[in-house]
Design a protein around this ligand. Structure first.
Ligand SMILES: Cc1cc2nc3c(=O)[nH]c(=O)nc-3n(C[C@H](O)[C@H](O)[C@H](O)COP(=O)(O)OP(=O)(O)OC[C@H]3O[C@@H](n4cnc5c(N)ncnc54)[C@H](O)[C@@H]3O)c2cc1C
Length: 292
């Protein structure tokens, strides 16, 4: 027989603390590149939901205050316990050039739904380099070169647009008519991902080894949307992942050999990291893997 019990006050999941922030963000569109955007659509959970999920392993029934929760999330990230961050999900609607979406959709742990060029006329907005062409050394090319490339870009896009619209006018199906449309054509998608894998996306796609155009999207998502919605989780991500470094065996050996744990450095580390932080730091420097 089905038994129903009313939960006690401390058992009821609290209203997420980021409801008002989510409502504010839902009303905004963040422009990216010349005609792209990022919109926040929906979410499940807040900083507290990650803490609650992690604390079930100790059968905790009380709730942590905001400050304690921040310390807890920092400790989770420091120890590499990222699975509780999967309890939170975010959904976005994005408009990006196809060549950016192609990189974006390589992140397999997300769910995506994209506009179909078979069912909808492509809107024929092509992302323009806006005459800011980068050379292979990453520096801008001279203005006269950029002007010439801009003209060529304009002519090529205009010609491809004519080919596409002429095919449609003559009754060609969209799926075939689109085949010469450039990778710079804008497309739209819904994109849903949990916070752990979103952090992975943000670390990879804001890195300066990633293409500038996708970095613009990742930076917008991270700083404009994720940071205000999950202030403590984002701070933990910045501290232990985004701005952290991982050393190779040889690099760690080199650092160990530098004998950094002298009195002056210890004091300096304690001042910057606190006593526990300094202890952890020097502990890491002296740590050797124990072979079994
Ligand atoms: C600068 C840069 C250059 C790149 N260049 C190329 C390129 O030239 N060609 C190309 O094809 N891709 C390229 N990529 C894409 C890259 O190889 C990854 O596919 C992409 O960044 C997604 O990363 P991810 O696998 O960590 O993320 P996700 O796919 O979201 O996966 C997240 C994590 O889940 C786990 N996971 C997911 N799927 C599996 C699986 N099948 N098996 C085991 N574990 C899994 C892994 O731990 C993974 O890190 C590039 C990416 C970057 C950032």
């Amino acid at each position: 027989m089905l038994k129903i019990r009313e939960l006690r006050e401390n058992e009821i999941p609290p209203i997420p603390s980021n409801v008002a922030e989510a409502e504010r963000l839902r009303r905004l569109e963040f422009s990216v590149l010349d005609a792209g955007y990022v919109r926040f659509v929906d979410l499940m959970g807040d900083d507290g939901a990650i803490v609650d999920a992690a604390r079930i392993s100790r059968a905790a029934t009380d709730r942590l205050g905001e400050e304690e929760a921040g310390v807890f999330l920092d400790a989770l990230a420091r120890r590499g316990h990222w699975s509780p961050f999967e309890m939170v999900e975010l959904k976005f609607r994005v408009r990006a050039p196809i060549y950016v979406l192609r990189q974006w959709l390589r992140h397999r742990t997300a769910s995506a739904q994209e506009t179909s060029g078979r069912y909808v006329d492509s809107d024929l907005a092509f992302q323009s380099a806006c005459n800011e062409w980068r050379g292979v050394d990453g520096k801008p090319l001279p203005p006269e070169v950029c002007d010439k490339l801009g003209e060529l870009e304009y002519d090529a896009c205009a010609a491809l647009e004519t080919v596409y619209t002429e095919r449609l006018r003559r009754g060609v199906v969209r799926e075939q008519a689109r085949k010469e449309l450039p990778l710079s054509t804008y497309s739209e998608a819904y994109w849903k991902i949990d916070l752990r894998n979103l952090f992975n996306f943000l670390r990879l796609r804001t890195d300066d080894s990633a293409q500038y155009e996708i970095r613009r999207y990742a930076k917008t998502i991270g700083e404009q949307i994720v940071k205000p919605l999950f202030p403590s989780a984002y701070a933990a991500f910045e501290e232990h992942d985004l701005y952290a470094v991982r050393l190779s065996r040889s690099e760690a050996g080199l650092l160990r050999g530098m004998n950094l744990a002298n009195e002056t450095r210890l004091l300096e580390a304690e001042k910057q990291l606190g006593i526990d932080g300094a202890r952890r730091f020097f502990g890491k420097l002296s740590k050797q893997r124990v072979e079994i």
